[in-house]
Design a protein around this ligand. Structure first.
Ligand SMILES: [Zn+2]
Length: 464
């Protein structure tokens, strides 16, 4: 069917001017139409010849980098491929089976939607001079969740969850701001102090905005734990840790669960949280603990601010690996097993390609994943990444510099009936639930405690 311009689905990134639709993988810029095409095309080609910073162009470029980062998270990580596979299976059965086709796909979708349920702003103030504390809570709908409480002068001003959306948005924001540095450098030949100050001030506004907790909570935690690092260094920390979390193999997620289990004081909810991780769910938990554990490790080994900055510039993944091995990982998280999981889903998707994956996406996904293994930021690889066209509000299109040659509008129209059914069901609270391990349910964490206890008892009995 022909889709009316203006249609947007529920399961999308909540960005103001555009969004990535997780139901279709389509990028929609609803604040731009054909009349803005020239502006966006020019924005995508920053060059020293212009030598002028045009705010509308910077905005358009930032939006492209932000939404394409969401797209790349979805198509180049272990988490994303699993999401796409489960979504494709669900969409292929949805018309015939309705709700029952969605149970597995909802595991992943509900993780994206959970953020709204836990956001509370108690005082409308700017989030400066913050102290954060975290705890666990349990909800029948979402399972065990980490909640961060934000205090100013001992007063609770806001609280929010560490959700999958908060990881996806933190990552997209990190790439967007790094993209702005890149855009300025391409246009002015470098980033001078005035531009550093301008971008810093703009970022501080985002950090202090209590209405944008899904975007800023991870950045707030990184700013609190790494206050002496420059914004650019902190952006790299966020982008690297989020990607590690999104890309970890399920085996390493289970090892990670074992490592963090001992540091969670609330054993009842902690076990439930870690049992979920052992099932390959709740990757957001990994990003959260990586921030805390990296901070603690740096304090413990006594790295100076300068050495931390140098490590961030040159070898951040190796620093994270060293930290993990210090904490009990026997070997660093395995890229090879993550690749194997990614390739397995890729193969499964190829076999059942159907109409729910834009032609060319899977080949581009494998290519982009390889490219992002060496280039950390979307903006740095932007001209080489193979990306789909962007749809504007009137359904005109913007071409990516190195594009997937397929018609995104007709692809969307082709799968519209199934996707709109999924969107309708996604608003049903009975459907939008995450199947999870409830507290008290026996799982790998309880088994681990039993083994520890048995060993301890044996040791005592063996003593003369
Ligand atoms: Zn976003």
């Amino acid at each position: 069917m022909k889709i009316k311009p203006g249609v947007r689905f529920t399961l999308r990134s909540p960005d103001d001017e555009g969004s990535l639709d997780f139901t279709t993988s389509v990028i929609l810029f609803n604040s731009y139409t054909a009349s803005n095409k020239k502006l966006i095309r020019s924005a995508l080609n920053p060059s020293i010849r212009k030598n002028k910073l045009i705010p509308n162009e910077i905005n358009a470029y930032n939006l492209c980098i932000h939404e394409y980062t969401h797209y790349l998270d979805l198509t180049t990580t272990a988490w994303g491929m699993e999401f796409l596979y489960r979504r494709s299976v669900a969409l292929s059965k949805i018309i015939a089976q309705g709700k029952s086709a969605l149970s597995v796909a909802m595991l992943n979708a509900a993780e994206i939607k959970m953020h709204n349920d836990f956001n509370r702003v108690h005082r409308q103030v700017r989030l400066g001079d913050l102290v954060t504390k975290h705890g666990l809570t349990y909800s029948e709908r979402h399972g065990t969740v980490i909640i961060v409480h934000l205090y100013i002068n001992d007063t609770l001003v806001a609280e929010t969850s560490i959700s999958m959306l908060s990881i996806l948005e933190a990552n997209a924001v990190a790439h967007e701001y790094e993209g702005e540095y890149k855009w300025v450098a391409c246009t002015k030949g470098g980033v001078d102090n005035i531009q550093h100050g301008r971008i810093d001030a703009k970022f501080t506004q985002l950090l202090e905005d209590s209405s944008r907790l899904e975007y800023n909570i991870i950045h707030i935690l990184v700013a609190i734990h790494f206050p002496t690092q420059s914004l650019r260094h902190r952006l790299k920390v966020v982008a690297t840790l989020c990607r590690i979390a999104l890309n970890m193999s399920s085996m390493d997620l289970a090892i990670f669960a074992n490592i963090i289990s001992d540091r969670i004081l609330n054993q009842y909810l902690g076990d439930a949280l870690c049992n979920d991780l052992c099932r390959g769910m709740s990757r957001q938990v990994v990003a959260f603990y990586l921030v805390l554990m990296l901070y603690e490790y740096i304090e413990e080994i006594g790295l100076t601010t300068e050495l931390v900055a140098q490590n961030i510039d040159e070898s951040l993944p190796q620093l994270v690996d060293a930290m993990l091995s210090h904490r009990g990982f026997e070997s660093p998280p395995s890229q090879a097993i993550s690749d194997l999981e990614f390739d397995t889903y890729l193969k499964l998707l190829r076999q059942k390609r159907g109409k729910f994956i834009l032609p060319g996406t899977l080949r581009a996904a494998a290519f982009n994943r390889k490219l992002l293994g060496t280039e950390c930021f979307t903006s740095r690889a932007f001209r080489r990444l193979k990306l789909p066209d962007i749809i504007l509000d009137d359904h005109s299109k913007i071409r990516a510099p190195s594009r997937i040659r397929a018609n995104v509008v007709s692809h969307w129209e082709n799968m519209y009936d199934e996707c709109s059914e999924l969107d309708y069901l996604a608003q049903d609270p009975d459907v939008m639930k995450k199947f999870h391990m409830p507290p008290g349910a026996n799982g790998p964490m309880q088994l681990r405690r039993e083994i520890h206890l048995r060993r301890l008892m044996n040791m005592e009995f063996d003593e003369p």
